[in-house]
Design a protein around this ligand. Structure first.
Ligand code: ATP
Ligand code: MG
Length: 203
């Protein structure tokens, strides 16, 4: 079945405002479109396992295992939530997707090609946004218990990978180091432009 909806992905460092912005965008778009707001790791079995057993442990699991778990969760997420919503013609907003795997496991030393290979079955998004906030700022913002990924050094390396994909055009950068409303306006303007030009999209 041909995908009818629009698939938007929001990426960024931990604490960069992804959930804040995804929620604001979903609220705005819900006035005109049917919207699914979702996130990875997903709420499914594998996503729950990742959140409960990998992210808040003392040390990271082997990076290959981390990458495989995220890829497996993505397949489940795609089959249970993303694809059905897109087939129904919804606007799907996903907080983290394949670029997170490339940025986090890639910056931890894995080959980007291998990460792409294990994610080859993942649905292609229509639009991927990178909310860019300096690593020092996100560490400051994160007052809660930090996950295994949330050290300044990790965030710096992760950002480098994200910026590579901004350079090659895979990700569109938004300056996230501004107040919430300014970021939200910028994001909405870019998405509105996309929705105007998405010819195949029938709301
Ligand atoms: N533009 C902003 N300026 C200052 N603080 C912000 C901004 N946007 C969000 N925050 C605050 O920063 C923190 C992290 O925001 P949020 O949870 O949206 O980030 P996130 O990218 O989803 O984080 P995570 O990767 O942990 O899910 C929250 O306390 C939020 O209120
Ligand atoms: Mg979040």
């Amino acid at each position: 079945m041909v995908k009818k909806g629009i698939f938007i992905v929001i990426e960024g460092l931990d604490g960069s405002g992804k959930t804040t912005q995804a929620t604001l965008l979903a609220e705005k778009l819900s006035k005109s479109y049917s919207v699914l707001l979702t996130a990875e790791p997903s709420k499914g079995k594998i996503g729950t396992f990742i959140r409960e057993c990998c992210l808040y442990e003392q040390a990271r699991v082997p990076t290959e295992a981390e990458a495989l778990l995220f890829a497996a969760d993505r397949i489940e997420h795609m089959q249970t939530e993303l694809k059905p919503a897109l087939d129904e013609g919804k606007v799907v907003i996903c907080d983290r997707y394949v670029y997170s795997s490339l940025a986090y496991q890639g910056s931890a030393g894995l080959s980007l090609d291998w990460i792409k290979t294990i994610n080859a079955r993942a649905l292609q998004p229509d639009f991927c946004i990178f909310i860019d906030v300096p690593p020092e700022k996100v560490i400051e913002r994160l007052q809660r218990k930090k996950s295994v990924m949330e050290t300044l050094e990790t965030q710096q390396k992760v950002r480098e990978v994200y910026l590579k994909y901004v350079e090659n055009g895979g990700l569109v950068r938004i300056d996230g180091d501004r107040d919430r409303e300014a970021v939200a306006e910028d994001l909405y303007a870019k998405v509105a432009e996309l929705l105007k030009t998405a010819k195949s999209f029938v709301p």
